[in-house]
Design a protein around this ligand. Structure first.
Ligand SMILES: [Zn+2]
Length: 210
């Protein structure tokens, strides 16, 4: 077994993550999308509409960061997900990001429902697990950026771009209400670890009485 996800070729690593997230209920059916940078200018992303528990290395597209152009489809019928725009926005904003993982989870939605309507931030519980986001303070006040879920994904991507261009997020993660979290990292393994940690924190918040 590879020591870390970064010891695998990017598509093999993403296949492993998809099966893992599917088994844990974070990528049910065809939900969610995963990407990893191939080089500074391109990233591999999962094709739209593929069952995430049965993904293989052919279920990918290579997309150019600069303009979203698909430069390789692996299978000719592979279609990019509409949510590719969100990945592209994050790779453009954060040149250090090497991987970007988006899932749909019940606990994340329940935790986000506790934020007031229109709130742009969700305070994360100051539990030990926050250290996984490199937060090393006593009782830290750390907020997860919250975005509204609208049908037009390009608009969500635009909201993300505008807000993060002004204010960098406190964590390498964001949440779209009634939808799911997106987490990015300086490596595939870091993105994976942080997705797991965010899920843990949001699960805790969803279950806590307040
Ligand atoms: Zn989604």
């Amino acid at each position: 077994m590879a020591q870390t996800l970064d010891d695998l070729p990017p598509r093999a690593a993403l296949v492993e993550i998809a099966r893992d997230f599917h088994a844990r209920g974070w990528m049910s059916g065809t939900a969610g999308n995963l990407s990893a940078r191939e080089d500074d200018n391109h990233f591999w992303i999962t094709a739209s509409g593929r069952p995430k528990g049965r993904l293989d290395e052919l279920d990918f597209l290579l997309v150019r960061v600069q303009d979203g152009e698909v430069v390789e489809r692996v299978r000719p019928e592979n279609k990019p997900s509409a949510e590719t725009a969100i990945h592209r926005t994050l790779y453009t904003l954060f040149p250090n990001a090497r991987a970007c993982l988006h899932g749909h989870s019940v606990d994340a939605c329940l935790a986000a429902d506790r934020a007031k309507q229109g709130a742009k931030l969700l305070r994360l519980a100051p539990i030990e697990m926050l250290k996984g986001f490199d937060v090393w303070q006593q009782n830290p006040k750390v907020d997860l950026p919250l975005f509204e879920n609208v049908l037009d994904v390009a608009r969500i991507a635009d909201d993300i771009r505008k807000r993060f261009a002004k204010t960098a997020p406190a964590v390498t993660a964001l949440m779209v209400r009634s939808h799911g979290p997106t987490v990015w990292g300086a490596s595939l393994q870091e993105a994976y670890n942080r997705f797991e940690i965010l899920e843990f924190i949001l699960r805790y918040q969803a279950r806590s009485r307040r």
